[in-house]
Design a protein around this ligand. Structure first.
Ligand code: ADP
Ligand code: MG
Length: 321
């Protein structure tokens, strides 16, 4: 018999800020060596959860253990075993990249060579001599992540690590998270992006209004919520045929848009791939201009799983330059 060891285990976490009930009984269980994606819209309580779990703020009720230490009774124990990177880079803009890393290395009693190794690994060596003030958001975020890895943590908390980043920088962060997970680091990351949770997480916890609304593997979540299949027909007269085709393939009611010569339908069939969609249209003799299979939006996920839109829907936040 094997027993699971949890790197993060919380039960019934509550946190209020005056009238605002930010956490309403949040339960989390993250097995050691896995990546947990805490997915939710703005205001769901993600940052508050990270703050409680990293001992930056105390819960009003409930309990949590991180890397085996109780966040309330043994905050020093927790802090010695974790690292946390927030949405806003915490490095000093007036110092150069190299100075920032070496400063933290000295504070943490790590060898200076560790700083240089991390600069290389995060592809920051070229810019290391320039003040961080002039760096791009993506570079700062990478530096911030490098700082948090000077002493390899047992558990790494990433609060919206790629919000506001360009796709290239986002991919870089994703690669790093995967590499860390591969080496056995437990990662808890929060995100507003379904795709990010899908790409990185072993388990996704959908947080809504301070509690877990749903949890499961990315595959389970996707099977539950499905995606959106859409085709653009070459001949407007064949729109109805395309609709019949999508009806047959997806089993859900097609939505027609005559102006755009487009018909789309919700699908939860994991075997419905883009090639299959195109081949089926071909076989039915319906010429297409375009075809797409899109992941659902976070709003669609919430609608499907909670029957309503997120508590306070807003767009992705901007990151200050
Ligand atoms: N320091 C604070 N003071 C007052 N309200 C706060 C504070 N921090 C967060 N909140 C509120 O708690 C709720 C959850 O916030 P937060 O944890 O930051 O959500 P998320 O990170 O998912 O966007 C929001 O309604 C937010 O306005
Ligand atoms: Mg937040």
């Amino acid at each position: 018999m094997t027993t699971t060891t949890y790197a993060v285990l919380s039960e019934g976490l509550h946190k209020r800020y005056g009238e605002v009930h930010a956490l309403r009984g949040l339960d989390l269980a993250v097995p050691e060596g896995t990546v947990c994606g805490v997915l939710g819209p703005n205001g769901a309580g993600k940052t508050t959860a990270v703050r409680v779990l990293t001992t930056l703020t105390a819960p009003d009720a409930g309990s949590a253990r991180v890397a085996g230490c109780d966040v309330v009774r043994d905050p020093a124990g927790v802090r010695g075993r974790i690292a946390v990177t927030g949405q806003y880079a915490a490095v000093d803009g007036d110092l150069t990249g190299a100075e920032n890393l070496r400063l933290f290395a000295r504070l943490l009693r790590a060898p200076r060579a560790r700083a240089d190794e991390l600069l290389e690994r995060f592809e920051l060596a070229g810019a290391a001599g320039r003040p961080v003030r002039g760096w791009s958001g993506g570079m700062r975020r990478r530096l911030d992540l490098a700082v948090s890895l000077i002493v390899p943590p047992r558990v790494l908390f990433l609060d919206e690590p790629t919000t506001g980043l360009d796709p290239h920088s986002r991919n870089g962060i994703w690669d790093t998270v995967r590499a860390l997970a591969h080496q056995g680091t437990t990662v808890l990351l929060t995100t507003q992006y379904l795709e990010e949770a899908d790409r990185l997480a072993d388990e996704i916890v959908l947080v809504d209004d301070g509690r877990a609304a749903h949890r499961g593997s990315p595959a389970e979540l996707k099977a539950l919520i499905g995606g959106w299949a859409e085709v653009v027909v070459a001949d407007p007269a064949r729109l109805a045929d395309a609709a019949a085709l999508l009806d047959r393939l997806t089993g859900s009611v097609p939505v027609l848009d005559a102006d755009r010569q487009t018909v789309g339908a919700l699908t939860t069939d994991p075997t419905l791939t883009l090639p299959r969609l195109v081949r089926a249209a071909d076989a039915a003799g319906v010429p297409l201009l375009d075809a797409a299979l899109r992941p659902p939006t976070l709003d669609a996920v919430f609608l499907r799983l909670t029957g309503r839109s997120p508590a306070s829907p807003t767009g992705p936040q901007e990151v200050p330059a």
